[in-house]
Write a protein that binds this ligand. Structure first.
Ligand code: ATP
Length: 343
């Protein structure tokens, strides 16, 4: 159980997964090694590779291992377009009720002052899993509940006040993103978010999702903290990734009451897998989110500082115009941390 409370000894389930997950996760763990922390890493093999080999992408035994750990550090898993394959990540989110998906969007380097966080509801909305298939139509049910909206709004308000165990800075203005002019489900979401923000004394504005997309492109620096429903959050956060240099830089956390999963926003990127050129920064920053969640704020800040220094020195993978390999970038980040600690 954590959320910024210090944990003495930690046990982390480590899932490399498929594709570049197998490259960026070991790189992030190399950065973790730069600290002398009492963290037990428990490797767990799940995903598409396992499904092809054994017919199962994840087993009850894997869930038992997850339950014996404090949290999961996750790379990426390929989801094939096969109707019999159920997304492993969705199953983990459901099993541990990881209702808050947190995606910080922060520009790196001078001249880029973008710095906001997207808080996406992670368990309902368009991803409720309730679908009715007819011969010539499919009905996907969008579920928005008072309880689901209330807990994500409460979480966003805690982040706005800067007192959750990750990426919350000082007081922030909350932007409630919805489509309440059309969807009654969004009317409920909006109404609940506003009442929670008022109760918690958080300043807020509300914005239609289409207007938000427009303003994110034109004026991203105006945003501080966004709370929204599942599908809108999914789309806006990939869009936001493009504002700060691409998916290779974007970290995320899936948070529940007493469990969490940390993962880069990107997928398994089969087009570059095995070439050693995947950007490990998203995974390294996801590791920093994990450290903050489990009460190791100093180490988390040290990772952020080291990443900034390494990028400023031009140590970057090809997606950012650099010439370094995945391992070289991770090694440079680890070395920057070790150097700082030695002084
Ligand atoms: P999946 O099917 O697992 O979602 P995908 O290729 O459809 O994989 P992403 O993995 O998110 O989706 O990749 C989208 C694009 O971004 C790809 O061209 C990929 O090469 C690139 N990309 C994603 N992550 C990284 C990274 N860490 N470093 C460099 N490029 C990346």
């Amino acid at each position: 159980m954590s959320n910024g409370e210090p944990m003495s000894r930690m046990k982390v389930a480590v899932v490399e997964g498929d594709g570049i997950g197998k490259e960026v996760v070991p790189s992030a763990l190399r950065v973790l090694d730069a600290f002398s922390l009492d963290i037990e890493e428990v490797p767990v093999e799940i995903g598409y590779g396992k499904w092809k080999r054994t017919g199962k992408a994840i087993t009850d035994g894997d869930f038992n291992i997850f339950e014996s750990c404090d949290c999961i550090f996750f790379g990426a898993i390929t989801t094939p377009p096969d109707p019999s394959y159920k997304s492993v990540l969705v199953r983990i989110r459901q099993q541990f009720d990881l209702y808050a998906n947190i995606r910080p969007v922060k520009g790196m380097g001078s001249g880029n002052n973008i710095d906001f966080t997207i808080v996406r509801e992670n368990t309902e909305g368009m991803y409720s899993g309730i679908e009715h298939v007819f011969p010539d139509a499919v009905h996907s049910t969008r579920v928005i509940t008072r309880r689901g909206s209330e807990r994500i709004a409460e979480y966003a308000c805690l982040l706005a006040r800067g007192n959750k165990g990750h990426e919350g800075n000082n007081r922030k203005r909350l932007t409630i993103v919805h489509k309440a002019n059309i969807l009654r489900s969004c009317r409920l979401f909006r109404e609940v978010c506003i009442s929670v923000a008022d109760r918690r004394g958080i300043s807020w504005e509300d914005m239609l999702v289409d207007a938000t997309a427009h303003r994110l492109v034109l004026d991203p620096e105006r945003f501080e903290l966004i709370v929204t429903t599942n599908l809108f959050g999914d789309i806006l956060s990939d869009m936001a990734a493009a504002l700060i240099g691409g998916l290779g830089l974007c970290a995320s956390a899936n948070i529940g009451e007493d469990y969490a999963l940390f993962e880069p926003v990107h997928g398994s990127a089969p087009d570059i897998a095995g070439k050693g050129i995947a950007n490990p920064i998203a995974a390294i920053l996801s590791l920093a989110m994990m450290l903050k969640w489990c009460g190791k704020a100093e180490e988390s800040d040290a990772v952020h500082d080291a990443v900034s220094r390494v990028m400023a020195a031009g140590v970057m993978t090809p997606d950012l115009g650099g010439r370094c390999s995945t391992a070289e970038v991770a090694e440079a980040v680890a070395a920057a941390i070790e150097k700082e600690q030695a002084t």
